[in-house]
Design a protein around this ligand. Sequence first.
Ligand SMILES: *Cc1c(COP(=O)(O)O)cnc(C)c1O
Length: 404
Amino acid sequence: MIDIKKVRADFPILNSTVNGKPLVYLDNAATSQKPQVVIDAIVNYYTTINSNIHRGVHTLSQKATEAYEQARIKLQQHFNAKKSFEIILTAGTTHSINIVATGFTSFLKKNDEIIVSAMEHHSNIVPWQMLCERTGAILKVIPMNNEGELLMNEYDKLLSHKTKLVFVNHVSNALGTINPIQEIIDKAHNVGAAVLIDGAQSCPHIKPDVQKLDADFYVASAHKLCGPTGVGILYGKEEWLNKLPPYQGGGEMIKQVTFEKTTYADLPHKFEAGTPNIAGVIAFGTAIDYMNKIGFDNIAAYENELLAYATKKLLAIDGLKIYGTSKNKTSVISFNIENIHPYDIGTIIDKLGIAVRTGHHCAQPVMDFYKIPGTVRASFSFYNTFEEIDLLYNALVKAKNMLC
Ligand SMILES: *Cc1c(COP(=O)(O)O)cnc(C)c1O
């Protein structure tokens, strides 16, 4: 059970006003708000142990290194990775995907095939297109139906001995659909392809078990699960991370450097060149602890209630259409109201203190599929309330009356 009063008190920003109205924050799929413990973790780091990691023999550096490595262990446990060095600390999902996409350049040849889904975020499309340009590999797309669900029989047809990589998001940020990733992974492995799962949108709602899934790579960003921006993970199976070349050269990622030859450091340091966002990583660990304390089962149960309530409420508005109606979805509602541009709705309800996303949500192919320029997206988190959904409903009715 979520003690909503107690939970909301953990987030200082939820107590603020916007345009003279109490903030109703419904843009959680873009980034989540941060609880005080996470903010404190950042402040504490800079106030008490700020120093560079893995280098100094002095006490502060050792303390900072210990806190940083502790965060890695928390992440290992959370994602259930076999080894802590299979958790590479990155600048976020986009960075993690680029490490893999760039690393695969030397593994692919002309006419090899890469499969992505029709509902990917741009950060899970563009790096693969760039990889195809470099290697002559071909990008194939798993199509979806009107409900926003992947057509798995079409996926079966795309798979062959030519398939080298499959990249699919666990949850679509534009539609909220939870994709059948276990089936996607198992079938890819049957033809010998590697699989990367983009977990940026699933991790705020679902605790993934990378060993059970048998994912080759799983990536996520801290900022969508109550952590700071500019931090994320690349989980990779040890064998894959050993095979992949480093992405960036620099300090921290080497064993030995001479002008003739450099040897790379062991995992995870091979992929962690330069001074990282130390405070951010430590605070990511705090955020994971915070969410686990609330409990992902509790979070999912409560968010499902919010989703059901909001779906029913919004559909009562004449002319409102929801995109992404899979039974298997997280608490995201993408919608339009007949004859009104999503941007106009977003602007009017912002004046009423309500923060939603409008536009293509970095998923233009999804918008093209529905032949729309964009949607309004309301996304709910475990700290949102039923009263806030009522406020959204009232604001939408007001906006509709003003614009129609
Ligand atoms: C947010 C998001 C990304 C990008 O995450 P960054 O933190 O901006 O790198 C990628 N994929 C999905 C599905 C997302 O929701």
